[in-house]
Design a protein. Structure first.
Length: 79
């Protein structure tokens, strides 16, 4: 049985997150898509810190679409 992939969108611009989500839907990419707004939040998500501690609600991503230029923590620092 094939597991549904989890995609994490890390993007500080809400309009860009929406565009990415819409394109995934338009191309019938049927996966769980999670979103965070900056690199610091991405690190919290990946490490299961704070509100992201519940791995059933916030599963580990199989794929991360990562913006490079973001406030707080940039994409290179996340990598």
């Amino acid at each position: 049985m094939r597991k549904e992939a989890v995609i994490l969108i890390v993007e500080d611009e809400a309009s860009h997150r929406l565009l990415i989500r819409k394109e995934l839907e338009n191309h019938s990419v049927i996966n769980t898509v999670m979103e965070v707004g900056d690199g610091a939040e991405a690190l919290d998500y990946i490490h299961g810190n704070g509100k992201y501690a519940d791995r059933k609600a916030y599963p580990m991503p199989d794929l991360m679409l990562l913006d490079i230029k973001m406030p707080k923590v940039d994409g290179f620092e996340v990598l």
